[in-house]
Design a protein around this ligand. Structure first.
Ligand code: MG
Length: 278
């Protein structure tokens, strides 16, 4: 039997509200509703950024607390993952919500160029964020924007700064970072498997190649990420009406690749996470 596929939905992101799609959820109520719809469409993991009501990025732990509480209430067992990315805060502010103990948090293990800036992840900040996650029992999702970040994750695990097994997300398609490239993608998968045989992984395609990465991930035994943080279109000509529509698109693809859509219990088992308590 093949491994069920975990579908992650990244509902919002931290860029200014995408002008070409008014469906990006911004307020706490919109984020909870969008997550619930995506959950019903097959997403078992939600990746979260929060915003102020005017759409500007926020890093307020209170805001995260409200969204997390709503998701826990309406989406039983769904895996919650907060972003510690650099757009919604600076330095240790980026980990200010970790005391809320989500199931997971993103952890970029190195720096990379982004479309208009450097995504700055200095070694001491990475180490501090990893330590906070360890202290609060949060599983990191390592965000690998290039090969060195995979090696760095493995060495953090060996040093006891990340508790294994590792979960790594390969991100491709960010302008000025790693493009969508099949040979490199296969090398990422092979290298992770060689260095950390018990690791799990997800492929995330940013922009028009979101579905390309979903296909490659399903084919090679990994997991998928979709959602309006990364892409707001169903195809070149069609705006996605909702995050749930993007999730449904990936859920439909699973069948084509002989993969079932993971249930929350399966997703938690695959990621070595405890079952949710009511
Ligand atoms: Mg993010």
């Amino acid at each position: 039997m093949t491994t069920p596929a975990i579908i992650t939905v990244a509902i919002t992101g931290s860029l200014p509200k995408k002008k070409d799609n008014p469906g990006v959820p911004i307020t706490v109520a919109e984020q909870i509703e969008a997550t619930h719809e995506a959950f019903e469409a097959g997403a078992t993991l939600v990746h979260l950024h929060v915003r102020n009501d005017d759409g500007s990025p926020s890093s307020a732990p209170e805001r995260f607390a409200d969204v997390l509480a709503g998701i826990r209430r309406h989406c039983p067992g769904m895996i919650t993952q907060v972003s510690t990315g650099g757009r919604s805060g600076a330095g240790r502010e980026r980990g200010g919500m970790l005391s809320l103990k989500p199931d997971m948090a993103s952890l970029a293990t190195g720096s990379v160029n982004f479309p208009t800036r450097v995504y700055d992840n200095a070694p001491d900040l990475v180490d501090w964020l990893a330590g906070e996650m360890l202290a609060h029992g949060i599983k990191p999702e390592v965000e690998a924007f290039d090969l060195s970040m995979i090696f760095q994750a493995v060495s953090l695990q060996k040093a006891g700064r990340i508790e294994g097994p590792l979960h790594v997300q390969f991100v491709m398609g960010v302008k000025n970072a790693m493009p969508v490239d099949r040979e490199v993608f296969e090398f990422y998968v092979k290298t992770l498997h060689r260095l950390a045989p018990d690791a799990t992984w997800t492929g995330a395609g940013i922009g028009r190649d979101q579905l390309t990465l979903a296909r490659w991930s399903l084919e090679l035994g990994g997991h998928c990420r979709t959602g309006m943080e990364d892409n707001v279109r169903l195809d070149r000509d069609t705006l996605a009406p909702s995050n749930a529509a993007l999730v449904k698109q990936v859920a439909d693809l699973c069948e084509e690749y002989g993969r079932s859509v993971a249930t929350v219990a399966q997703a938690r088992t695959l990621l070595s996470l405890p079952m949710a308590t009511a």
